[in-house]
Write a protein that binds this ligand. Structure first.
Ligand SMILES: [Zn+2]
Length: 510
């Protein structure tokens, strides 16, 4: 009896994404590939099964159901599919059903790269335990484990791999599983964290306080507000065990797969076998205060929040450093916005302090420069100054000529060509003179001294008036009035390095 050949087409999730982005019809492309594969083998595909929707389970894939019924009956010699994944994806039960279908009926699976033949022993092995079945096996094991875990959780045992900060785990005597045991030193820190949280201290400040104490968390060198939050929210500390259900549970009843999706808030919370570190009252109080604080700190106005806005540049990548505010904490940071940039951020207030300190030094230097200059005034500078004057006059003259050229064009005395040529010469002369003037300016101490003299009272003003009672906006106005930009660099972070950054301040001297 002549057996037929079938082709199965199904879109994967990735294909759907591609199609959404305007990449051509995947099913058609796959069909072309399979047709070419078949042609090369001198085979004609007799029947096509095209899944219009991409369902996870067999039940959600009507075409594969039709096809499998025929596969079971031994109707096909082989099924063409672009990748074995297209058949195998889905639930454990689905996978074993598909696998059985093909092996019992000795139906081959042909992909453009490989032929899977259930009659061939080594192939079947590949088929059974290779990429097809490894996934199934993994899922089965995972499911079994989960069932076991849930039972353990309900008995108050600890089923995670790493105990939370403050605890270690110990094998239970005479029965399976582990229970948590408080670690005295860490437990004391946990108590302290909850105590501070109950006193209304923000999570960032709590983290800072611990860092100052030199206490270290388990994995990192310093505490962060997010670590503190996860501790405050963890019910383990008042003696509970919490376990999240799997997101989707699939069960099979009479060969039909049912999916259930428990709510996100659905989790097991039971009394643990372990000793609590804090009371439930403390836990509730700390969490209540924290959520209140979060609500308050959300800002809705668009006022400037960063006194250093637009001023500080990262010396490594050149990006403008930005303020980072931590909703839960108090201290704002200043960070380079470029992902992966090696520049470390700092507390914003520390950068502000250092700027003002630097301005004081600059002011001192400027005063000395002016004093020195007054003492040793020399003639060379004056002659330079005269040259600059002469050049300025020349530039003015050329500018007048250029204006005249426009007039002549308007009066149609110049035609277009003459005007373009004439103005081109004038513009070139002007720009070369401007260049020359610039060079002299740089070397002319007097011009420089004038600029320095002019900025000194402004710097004094900033130093005198910059304080924390000003709004960030006013602070920003003061600084941008005298500072062109600030180059920031810092390469070490952590305790002891809070202040370990350097600033190069460029004053507006114009
Ligand atoms: Zn950077």
């Amino acid at each position: 009896m002549y057996k037929k050949y079938g082709g199965y087409l199904r879109k994967s999730r990735a294909d759907l994404d591609l199609e959404a982005n305007g990449i051509l019809d995947t099913l058609k492309r796959h069909k072309d590939i399979l047709l070419k594969t078949a042609e090369a083998m001198n085979i004609t595909i007799d029947e096509w099964y095209e899944e219009v929707v991409s369902g996870e389970t067999i039940e959600a894939r009507p075409e594969i159901q039709k096809m499998l019924r025929k596969v079971e009956q031994g109707y096909f010699e082989a099924i063409f599919v672009v990748d074995i994944d297209r058949l195998a994806r889905g639930d454990t039960a689905d996978q074993s059903r598909i696998s059985k279908c093909f092996s019992f009926s000795s139906t081959k699976i042909i992909t453009p790269t490989k032929i899977y033949d259930p009659n061939n022993d080594s192939d079947e092995e590949y088929f059974e335990f290779g990429l097809f079945m490894s996934r199934r096996e993994y899922k089965t094991i995972n499911k079994r484990l989960n069932r076991g875990r849930i039972a353990s959780v309900n008995e108050g045992k600890f089923v995670g791999s790493t105990p939370p900060y403050g605890y270690t785990k110990e094998k239970l005597k005479g029965q399976k599983g582990f229970k948590l045991i408080p670690l005295q030193e860490e437990a004391n820190i946990v108590k302290l964290i909850f105590q501070e949280a109950c006193n209304g201290i923000g999570t960032q400040t709590i983290a800072n306080n611990l860092n100052k104490l030199g206490v270290k968390p388990r994995k990192n060198n310093t505490w962060s507000y997010s670590t503190i939050i996860s501790i405050i929210q963890n019910p383990t500390y008042y003696g509970m065990i919490k376990w999240n259900h799997r997101k989707t549970e699939k069960t099979m009843v009479d060969g039909i797969v049912y999916k259930s999706r428990p709510k996100h808030t659905d989790y097991i919370l039971v009394k643990g076998l372990h000793e609590p570190i804090i009371t439930q009252d403390t836990f509730n109080k700390a969490n209540k205060l924290r959520t209140q604080k979060c609500g308050k700190s959300i800002r809705k106005d668009n006022k400037i929040q960063n006194p250093l806005m637009g001023l500080v540049k990262c010396q490594v990548c050149g990006r403008t450093m930005q303020r980072r505010n931590y909703r839960s904490g108090y201290i704002d940071g200043l960070v380079c916005p470029k992902p992966g940039c090696e520049t470390c951020g700092s507390h914003l207030y520390l950068v502000e302090n250092k700027i003002i300190e630097a301005l004081k030094n600059i002011l001192e230097d400027y005063n000395i420069i002016v004093e020195d200059y007054n003492i040793s005034n020399n003639n060379e500078e004056n002659s330079n100054n005269n040259t600059a004057d002469i050049i300025t006059k020349q530039i003015n003259k050329l500018n007048l000529q250029l204006e005249k050229a426009y007039d002549l064009l308007e009066q149609e005395i110049y035609d277009n060509e003459t005007f373009i040529e004439r103005s081109k010469i004038l513009k070139e002369k002007i720009s070369s003179l401007e260049l020359e003037k610039e060079k002299i300016d740089i070397h002319t101490t007097e011009t420089k001294i004038e600029k320095v003299k002019n900025i000194i009272p402004n710097i004094q003003n900033v130093i005198k008036n910059y304080n924390n009672s000003l709004s960030p906006e006013d602070k920003n106005k003061l600084l941008t009035g005298i500072i062109d930009n600030i180059q920031y660099s810092k390469f070490k972070k952590g305790i002891g390095n809070e202040d370990n950054f350097s600033l190069k301040i460029k004053i507006k001297l114009s």
